[in-house]
Ligand binder design. Structure first.
Ligand SMILES: [Zn+2]
Length: 131
């Protein structure tokens, strides 16, 4: 059983979007900075006028770790990746890569989001090799 996210007021939009197979990241409406993880105010300009914006789901692998330890719901080995989303320099998401053997994962590998169903109404964002 995969541990399911526990959405709160600030992260519910993210999980709701995943269930629609959309990747949404919080964005400042004043200066257009993307903010992840979500927080109530923009860290650049301080505005509290922030709201979800849809992103492409494309990015490149910034770094990765192959995990050999068993984790509930996941069959080791699996690869945890830090993905640089293309919308903004340094906009990074922690996820896992799917359908790529751990030894084939590379820093800089182009990837795109793919959603996998974890329960009736919960979908999780993973990343797949964008060839
Ligand atoms: Zn801002």
């Amino acid at each position: 059983m995969i541990p399911l996210p526990q959405p709160d007021q600030e992260t519910r939009f993210f999980w709701d979007a995943c269930a629609r197979k959309e990747l949404m990241i919080l964005r400042c409406n004043a200066c257009h900075l993307y903010i992840h993880p979500p927080r109530p105010a923009c860290r650049r300009c301080g505005s509290t006028d922030v709201g979800p914006a849809r992103v492409s789901g494309r990015g490149v692998i910034h770094s990765y770790t192959v995990t050999a330890q068993p984790v509930p719901g996941y069959e080791p080995p699996f690869t945890v990746v830090l993905v640089d989303l293309e919308e903004q320099e340094g906009l990074r998401l922690v996820s896992q890569i799917v359908d790529v053997e751990p030894q084939d994962v590379r820093i800089g590998m182009p990837v795109e989001v793919t959603f996998r169903q974890a329960s009736d109404d919960v979908w999780l964002p993973f990343f797949a090799w964008r060839r």
